[in-house]
Design a protein around this ligand. Structure first.
Ligand SMILES: [Zn+2]
Length: 393
């Protein structure tokens, strides 16, 4: 066992997430192995109360510092680490000029391993200890990320990117060198093989990962939904309703669905453990669909700001609302140029709300260690939401 004396931030499971952060000015944290040999928190609280229980334990004293739980990142793209911040005029030019060329490099297991090592190191350096992230359409990228996360004992969830149309040919899911399966069938076979290899191993989890509806055929989305039904314990991740051009495209491709979001529901891809990035342009029926299915939203303010996408309505309507009263933890508005957004600090929730949204609020979505997670949510919560470090598709 080890003991640390310092200021300590932790979360009270009895309180609503945005009010549950507790800052103990003079606290004691005791960690040690559990029955499986994994390091866990054995005790945390005021130093004066806990110290007598651990009087024989040497204490490392860190005055002037704060010990806090690791951040939980609900949406990122590890293959895009090298192109973060590159200039772009919007989502589609970004994809064509930067994202797709970079993602092609992940067909190489060696390059995938190199980037996975850097990505995981960067997450940990920034305090992120749990992440749900995209890989590419190459199995090598998924294997490399899982291997590195396992090595670093991270809680990490990822999956093969499903993409069988509307992208460069060499980035689409590929048909096998031998055999009768086409590329779509093979992508689903590969997903299931990766799922069976990695899901539940140590702290790793698998996510069925259609990139976004327009880059998958009906057959691929249907197969992904069938996979999700066979494996209810795994996650689903994708993107939805980031900008209006994308929405119009999705509506053209899936005219039978009521909305872009409803397309995912129609293919069996909305349920508990489904996490959708962006969720900006929703109507009331979309919001009702999120509530009824138990899907979660991952808001990406960094990419929304970078690409000039608005997210005001989303923030106003889906955060921790009381009955008939939205209480935004954050909102944005267009600047004078009208082309981008700027973020306004929360007025009501303060640092507790920010920290809870970045950390504790995401844990039930990824089934982390928060005890009895359903009791952690306000009784009138709408649907789970948190925000993420980066997403540029
Ligand atoms: Zn994304």
């Amino acid at each position: 066992m080890k003991a640390y004396r310092s200021s300590i931030l932790y979360f009270s499971p009895a309180a609503a997430p945005q009010a549950s952060a507790v800052l103990e000015d003079d606290g004691l944290l005791v960690v040690g192995p559990n029955a499986q040999g994994r390091q866990v928190v054995l005790a945390v609280g005021p130093y004066r109360e806990l110290q007598p229980r651990f009087a024989d334990l040497a204490v490392t004293h860190w005055p002037g510092r704060i010990i806090a739980p690791g951040f939980v990142d609900l949406h990122s793209h590890y293959p895009q680490t090298n192109v973060i911040g590159s200039p772009a005029e919007g989502l589609l030019p970004w994809l064509e000029n930067y994202t797709f060329p970079e993602e092609k490099r992940f067909s190489s297991p060696e390059y995938s391993a190199q980037e996975a090592t850097f990505f995981i190191a960067e997450l940990l350096r920034h305090g992120v200890t749990t992440a749900l992230t995209f890989a590419t359409s190459h199995s090598s990228s998924v294997n490399a990320l899982f291997q590195e996360a396992q090595q670093q004992q991270m809680r990490l969830i990822t999956g093969l990117c499903l993409m069988d149309r509307h992208a460069p040919v060499d980035l689409l899911n590929q048909r096998p060198a031998a055999g009768l399966a086409d590329a779509t069938e093979q992508s689903l076979i590969d997903s299931e093989n990766l799922l069976q290899r990695w899901h539940g191993v140590d702290r790793l989890g698998y996510a069925i990962t259609p990139r976004f509806a327009p880059t998958s055929t009906d057959a691929q989305l249907r197969g992904a939904g069938e996979l999700a039904a066979r494996y209810p314990e795994v996650w689903i991740q994708s993107h939805v309703a980031e900008n209006k051009a994308e929405i119009a495209w999705a509506r053209e491709l899936f005219p039978a669905s009521r909305s872009y979001l409803a397309t995912y529901a129609d293919f069996g891809l909305m349920r508990q453990r489904a996490v959708y990035a962006h969720c900006i342009h929703f109507d009331d029926e979309d919001r009702a669909l999120m509530r009824s299915t138990g899907a979660a939203a991952a808001i990406s303010p960094t990419s929304n700001l970078f690409l000039g996408t608005r997210f005001t309505r989303c923030w106003r309507r889906i955060t921790w609302g009381g009955k008939g009263r939205a209480k935004p933890v954050c909102h944005s508005r267009r600047n004078s140029s009208g082309g981008s957004t700027r973020q306004v600090p929360p007025k009501r929730s303060g640092w507790r709300g920010w920290w809870a949204t970045c950390c504790r609020a995401a844990k039930p979505i990824l089934s982390c260690s928060t005890p009895k997670p359903r009791r952690c949510w306000p009784a009138r919560r709408r649907w789970p939401i948190t925000w993420t470090s980066c997403c540029f598709r």
